[in-house]
Ligand binder design. Structure first.
Ligand code: ADP
Ligand code: ZN
Length: 703
């Protein structure tokens, strides 16, 4: 009898032991029972020495022979993620290989086997018949039939070969021609790697970071090593996908829009291919990587790299760096607006920073124009949500045949509805947030829990008329249609169905639309050649967030947005309508403020990246119990400093559950690991003692 330790897809702090008579190896997938439930787990240790009464150890029920084993590198990555993000290895395993996937993998393996058998038997039959035919006297008809059968046999042989090897070899089929500045950047990236560092490619928008990534990928593939190219989200990856596939036709893509079967296919071909290249969102980190030579993290500052639900609550950027360490491969993080975390890492020498400060198509960065909406309103210079100045600029741009993007950070028609008489604001019955008004569907929608109600136009309390406040993208689109009746206008936000999204982007890229109105999504990564004017309506909503990252985010958003305009020699413009023209973010955009002011502020206030932040989120349907438990939890934390809370967040009720937060700021020194562990232990024992399970969520490096 042998004993193995098994990782189960659960929030389980330990890895249970099972006995087995047949040989089982690390990485094998096994069926086991735990507390009356059956799971498919991964063997994490073979030949384990039992530290308990062996008669109580249950046997492994069976080996999942159809599904491929998990690599040791994958298990190492899971362990690091679990340790860093204070979750269990099982939770990471569950995220990487959900139980649905096991069934699917088995079905696919089974289908493949059946197909293979059927091709083989048909092939054997044909060969036999052909032999028989050839043994007979040759006639003209017989010769023709023999020819036909030979061709069929050939096709079947090719099919069989394809079934046996679902992998492919990826390489650059086209040269990536770089500018001098880009070549110099590539040289510096290599210097950084030679010094054993991760590289931060800090290049202005339009400098051609993508070309640099592609050149680095081509070199890597040419050496027989694989490449993982990460992007923050799918909308962004479409334009990129086309560009990358032109150079690397065999590049695979993995994103959330794929069906489970398609995802499985990517997994299978990653396993079978060498070298391969994958372009994908953060979940591509969990593919069965092997022979990896390079990980690229595009737009590394983007908040979409963070997974906030469920555990592991990880940052794709940071896990990419972990993966590169485990795989012993190179990593490059790139952005025009690097995160303060990465700038800090460059400052302390952990990352090598490479700058690319020249735009590829010459031309200056877009000019920044600030319009003071308060002053304009006083001068009667506002029409609805647009200033006359902006309307004028848009008209001029359109008359030159150029394109315009308008950013409004809120979707829907109105952000809230208020009664004109009693002042009641319509709120979601489950969340402490106002319902938004979607005029096109005549519904009121909660953007937090998805609850919807029909719009009646009257107050629940007094029956008087409701007034819509806070124009959203729908309202802005409606106004734009009024001011620019000739223009072809479309809208892009998360209300745009996924299926339509790609067409909206394609039409704008092809110059078939003139104005695109959208939320934050329009500020990201797109390369539209006719776009010369970008404008933010009511930018105050972007600045007004109560969060220490607000200024960093606002700056990144405006700077990225600015980068979308004027990319082909024509100087672009970024127009911002705001009631706070004096806000320091605008001075920074105009280059009037030192670039590391934000870092200095963070240091002064003890915020990340100078400390490590851990957020504890406590949820409960009973507010009194929630308050008691939150205070008790806070008191039970083994730290004398750095703990704030419990406090009530701005949105203190979502989906019927009340919420409290606790924030912990830990020094980034030798005590960090021990501190994290003691926090984790304190939470576990708190949950046990108070029987308060499934209420506390731990978020390391919250965004
Ligand atoms: P970034 O990602 O740095 O903002 P992009 O990679 O989108 O910049 O490049 C901006 C534009 O310049 C794109 O249209 C791209 O096709 C073009 N470009 C950049 N480098 C090259 C190059 N080496 N050869 C041809 N076109 C290039
Ligand atoms: Zn709600």
């Amino acid at each position: 009898m042998e004993y193995v330790k098994v990782i189960l897809p659960l929030k389980l702090e330990w890895e249970p032991l099972y006995s087995t008579a047949e040989p089982i190896h690390v990485g094998d997938r096994v069926r086991v029972m735990l507390s009356g439930h059956r799971y498919v787990g991964v063997v994490s240790e073979a030949g384990a020495v039992p530290d308990m009464d062996v008669s109580r150890i249950k046997p492994v029920e069976g080996l999942e022979k159809d599904v491929p084993a998990v690599g040791e590198g994958e298990i190492r990555l899971w362990r690091e993620i679990a340790a860093y993000y204070l979750c269990t290895v099982g939770e990471v395993y569950k995220a990487a290989y959900s139980s649905v996937k096991v069934e699917l993998e088995k079905k696919m393996a089974e289908a493949l086997r059946r197909k293979r058998l059927s091709v083989m038997s048909r092939l054997a039959a044909r060969r036999e018949k052909l032999e028989l035919l050839l043994s007979k006297k040759t006639t003209e008809t017989r010769a023709a039939t023999a020819e036909k059968w030979r061709a069929e046999i050939e096709v079947m042989e090719v099919d069989l070969k394809k079934l046996d090897e679902c992998g492919c070899v990826c390489s650059a089929e086209k040269d990536v021609a770089l500018s001098e500045a880009q070549k110099e950047a590539v040289r510096q990236v290599h210097d950084g790697w030679s010094a054993g560092k991760a590289v931060l490619l800090n290049g202005v928008t339009g400098s051609g970071k993508t070309e640099v990534y592609m050149a680095l990928a081509a070199e890597t593939l040419a050496k027989g090593k694989s490449v993982l190219y990460l992007v923050p989200e799918i909308a962004l990856s479409r334009q990129l996908e086309a560009r990358v596939k032109e150079v690397f036709p065999n590049c695979m893509t993995l994103h959330s829009e794929l069906t489970p079967v398609q995802r499985r296919q990517v997994t299978t071909s990653v396993r079978a291919s060498s070298p391969y290249m994958v372009l994908g969102t953060r979940s591509a980190l969990f593919l069965p990587h092997h022979d990896l030579g390079l990980v690229i993290v595009d737009e590394e500052h983007d908040a979409s790299y963070k997974q906030s639900e469920p555990a592991p609550r990880y940052s794709g950027r940071d896990v990419a760096v972990m993966l590169s360490v485990i795989m012993g491969c190179n990593v490059v993080l790139g952005s025009a607006t690097p995160s303060l975390e990465s700038l800090y890492n460059a400052k302390v020498g952990r990352f090598a920073e490479v700058r690319l400060s020249e735009r590829f198509h010459d031309g200056e960065e877009a000019e920044v124009v600030i319009i003071d909406t308060v002053a304009e309103r006083r001068k009667r210079g506002m029409v609805g949500n647009f200033s006359r100045k902006l309307i004028d600029e848009i008209r001029k741009t359109l008359s030159r045949g150029e394109q315009v993007v308008i950013l409004r950070a809120r979707r829907a028609y109105a952000s809230f509805l208020q009664c004109s008489v009693c002042g009641t604001i319509v709120k979601c019955p489950h969340c402490n947030v106002p319902m938004t008004y979607h005029k096109d569907t005549a519904r009121m929608v909660c953007h937090y829990c998805g609850h919807t109600e029909g719009y009646t136009g009257t107050c629940h309390h007094c029956g008087e008329l409701l007034v819509a406040y806070g124009a959203g993208t729908q309202k802005i689109e409606e106004e734009a249609r009024q001011y620019f009746p000739e223009a072809r206008i479309e809208r892009l936000d998360s209300d745009t169905p996924d299926s339509r999204e790609r067409h909206v982007i394609e039409r704008f890229a092809a110059g078939e639309t003139d104005i695109l109105v959208g939320t934050q999504i329009v500020t990201k990564g797109f390369d539209f050649k006719g776009l010369t004017l970008v404008a933010a309506i009511q930018a105050d909503g972007i600045l007004g967030v109560q969060d220490f990252r607000a200024d960093e985010r606002a700056f990144q958003l405006f700077e990225q947005f600015r980068g979308r305009s004027g990319r082909r020699g024509i100087r672009g413009r970024l127009i911002i309508q705001t009631s706070q023209p004096e806000h320091p973010v605008y001075a920074r955009l105009k280059g009037l403020e030192a670039s590391d002011t934000l870092l200095q502020e963070r240091r002064l206030f003890g915020y990340p990246p100078y400390t490590r932040m851990i957020a504890l989120i406590i949820r409960d349907s009973d507010p009194a119990r929630l308050d008691n438990m939150s205070s008790a939890l806070c008191a039970s934390l083994p730290l004398s400093t750095g703990v704030t809370g419990p406090y009530t967040p701005v949105i203190d009720r979502i989906g019927g559950e009340h919420i409290r937060h606790i924030r912990i700021a830990l020094p980034r020194d030798k005590t960090l690991i021990a501190n994290k562990k003691s926090i984790n232990d304190a939470i576990s024992s708190f949950e046990r003692e108070k029987h308060y399970y499934n209420h506390i969520t731990v978020d390391v490096d919250p965004l």
